[in-house]
Design a binder for this molecule. Structure first.
Ligand SMILES: [Zn+2]
Length: 84
């Protein structure tokens, strides 16, 4: 119920592989920066593509692996499941 929880990310998803599946797109704002998952048009289901991001523990620091361009959430989830 606490709003703070929504922004912690990750910890809540213990049921499956650690990682996030989300939609993003290549729209840019007036500064030329990509909006990514923050594009307001993403409320339209046909806008953008699916992507995943997963934190990969490495020897001295964490790396985040990202892949974008999946047509469906299922595809992105399947690809995420194959990341080891
Ligand atoms: Zn967009």
């Amino acid at each position: 119920m606490t709003q703070a929880h929504l922004y912690r990310g990750g910890r809540h998803e213990a049921e499956s592989a650690p990682g996030r599946v989300y939609r993003c797109c290549a729209c840019r704002n007036s500064d030329g920066r990509q909006l990514g998952a923050r594009c307001p048009k993403l409320s339209n289901a046909r806008h953008g593509t699916w992507a995943f991001a997963v934190d990969l523990p490495s020897l001295d620091r964490r790396r985040t692996m990202r892949r974008t361009g999946f047509a469906t959430k299922a595809e992105a989830s399947a690809a995420l499941a194959h990341v080891d």
